[in-house]
Design a protein around this ligand. Sequence first.
Ligand SMILES: [Zn+2]
Length: 144
Amino acid sequence: MHEWALAEAVLDSVRAEQIARAGQRAGRVVIQFGELQSIDPDVFTEGIRHLQSVDDDLNLEFVFETEPATLKCTVCGHGWSFADCDIDEATREAIHFLPEVAHSFIVCPSCGSADFRVDQGRGVTIESIEFTSAEASVRPEGEG
Ligand SMILES: [Zn+2]
């Protein structure tokens, strides 16, 4: 499943970060879902929960945010946001499911070209990982 593969990739990244910071433990992880992502956040969360339950080394709390989609015209370089597009709700929904159809409904507000790309708001990114020092690994002063 696409979502589970993503969930596994996210956990791999967090695990690698935790190993790189010896003595610290990852806690709160902020994940950004692109506004135009084509994955199901519920299935993603389920994947995270399942994968985390078989890994004693991770005890994470996930926070999900939505990254607003922005579009950029490849002809004139104008950038604008998906939220500002003058399209009806049904079209907006359709684009959420299949971002490729955007080109049939949206044109650059500056030059009128349908030749634009989605600049931001696709896929899944790790926005931040919060680390805390693991008490057990802190060596008391004067020992040794
Ligand atoms: Zn343009």
